[in-house]
Design a protein around this ligand. Structure first.
Ligand code: FAD
Length: 461
């Protein structure tokens, strides 16, 4: 308890459960990147907003730096402590407070794992549609703070679109309760947007009102083959025009991804006899299985006829659909036991072909030994560039190469995972000097002593 705090942190004896010294396990020293892990000076685990507010008030008064920790699944180093920081963990801030079936909302504490939220919605015949591989550990507070995306953004938007209201504790301990449940609310600034995607730099999210949707009754999944990537972009336009409202996912994989990953995935099999330039998984979810299946079949028949699509395999049941998805999820199996660098960028969709051609060309000339995988949530302009088999000393040049090229294409150096501590140097490639100056102004206004998640997102001046 608070008595275990070292002398220098006795001002934090405000009631919350505290870990210090040897009680601080490795869990609190790094997020899932395991880069620059560092033991915090103490771990504070508040169980109520009032406890957290008291902690932040004491930290503000004593200029004590704080790092916020959710499930620690982040991929940008944001939750990894820096020297001299205390960690505030939301692990005891866990539970669903309310599901409002009329408003189609769920009010949930920030430390609740994403999967708990998804399961609770399903139990009411509803869905919370944001999904990602770390669902069992990642928390809603972390999802909100990183504005997480996932594979269904093309239909439901990113987390930002799924948050109706928030409660946050500011760096000085002020509690802002804004647990709005209404879709329309233009009464002044919509303050929640300041904190969504802020990576814990402006406040600590304590409670969230999430938007829920009716559970679809049909699922139609197909894997498509294209002669070249440009065809998959052309198909995207047709999908958006002809299948409006039904498309849950459109995940594109270049041949370099398919050829490397498919042989390592157990359940995938070999759907196509020939090799192709690119592949996509298309999934529709609607309200009538037979009608939606027929719609997908006739749509794809037209695309085969026109030559946009070279070949198609349609899943006949959920098991087959899951097997098709195992190709996309197979990046996990492929990566186990080998170091991979995962760049997560956005490129305007019209430039994606040129961008990836430049990467492939430069790979051949400069880095012929690396393994390169290209895939992404293409409907959302999001591209994952994964690199393996790089040599010692190439980590930084490879990182510079991909991020600088992204900047040249007016892309975003972080589509989904955030800036954290690992990409702050690259922020000016995607944000103007004026934008960064405004970010600094907001940060210094809300956190004048720069105590909360210091050095994340924007560098110290
Ligand atoms: C296997 C895997 C797959 C993934 N797939 C995707 C994907 O498809 N799409 C996608 O968008 N992302 C993906 N991610 C990244 C994912 O979005 C983040 O890991 C997750 O949202 C972070 O949640 P967390 O609770 O673990 O947060 P943490 O890792 O603990 O923290 C992340 C950041 O948020 C801050 N933070 C955490 N909780 C709070 C809070 N309550 N208030 C204020 N700040 C807080 C932290 O300080 C840190 O800066 C994936 C990650 C993994 C490991």
């Amino acid at each position: 308890m608070a008595a275990s705090l070292p002398e220098s942190l006795q001002f934090l004896s405000v009631g919350a459960t505290v870990l210090s010294g040897d009680d601080i396990t490795d869990r609190y020293t790094s997020d899932w990147t395991f880069v620059n892990h560092c033991k915090p000076d103490a771990v504070l685990r508040p169980a109520s907003t009032l406890e957290l507010a008291a902690i932040m008030k004491a930290c503000h008064q004593n200029h004590q730096p704080v790092v916020v920790q959710g499930g620690l699944t982040g991929l940008a180093g944001g939750a990894t402590p820096s020297h001299g920081e205390v960690a505030v963990s939301l692990e005891k801030f866990n539970g669903i407070e309310e599901i409002d079936e009329f408003a189609m909302t769920m009010t949930v504490k920030a430390g609740t794992p994403l999967q708990t939220v998804q399961d609770a919605a399903l139990a009411k015949g509803l869905v919370f549609p944001m999904d990602l591989g770390a669902r069992g550990t990642a928390t809603i507070g972390g999802n909100v703070s990183t504005n997480a995306g996932g594979v269904q953004v093309i239909r439901y938007g990113m987390t930002r679109a799924l948050v109706m209201g928030l409660e946050v504790v500011l760096p000085d301990g002020t509690i802002i309760t804004s647990l709005n449940k209404m879709l329309k609310n233009n009464a002044g600034y919509d303050l929640k947007h300041l904190f969504i995607g802020a990576e814990g730099t402006l406040g600590i999210v304590t409670r969230v009102v999430l938007r829920l949707f009716a559970k679809p009754k049909s699922r139609c999944t197909a894997v498509l083959a294209f002669n070249e990537f440009a065809n998959s972009v052309e198909l995207l336009r047709k999908i958006q025009a002809d299948l409006t409202g039904l498309v849950n996912c459109y995940e594109v994989m270049w041949d370099c991804y398919f050829d490397n990953v498919a042989p390592t995935v157990k359940n995938f099999g070999k759907p196509f006899d020939e090799s192709h330039g690119a592949y996509a998984i298309l999934e529709l979810c609607g309200n009538h299985q037979q009608r939606d299946s027929e719609l997908l079949e006739s749509f794809l028949a037209e695309q085969l006829e026109s030559g946009i699509v070279a070949d198609v395999v349609i899943a006949q049941n959920d098991t087959q659909a899951d097997n098709l998805w195992s190709l996309r999820h197979g990046i996990g199996e492929f990566g186990s036991g080998r170091p991979l660098i995962n760049y997560d960028v956005s490129i305007p969709i019209g430039d994606m072909d040129t961008f990836t051609r430049q990467i492939l060309q430069q790979q051949q000339t400069t880095y012929p030994h690396i393994t390169l995988l290209l895939f992404g949530h293409i409907g959302d302009s999001n591209l994952h560039v994964v690199i393996g088999d790089y040599k010692d000393g190439e980590f930084k040049p490879l990182k510079d190469w991909i991020h600088q090229l992204t900047g040249q294409f007016n892309g975003s150096i972080s589509a989904e995972h955030g800036i954290g501590k690992l990409k702050t140097d690259y922020l000016p490639l995607s944000r103007s000097a004026e934008e960064i100056a405004l970010m600094r102004l907001i940060k210094s206004t809300i956190d004048p002593h720069n105590i909360l998640n210091r050095g994340r997102v924007i560098n110290a001046t």
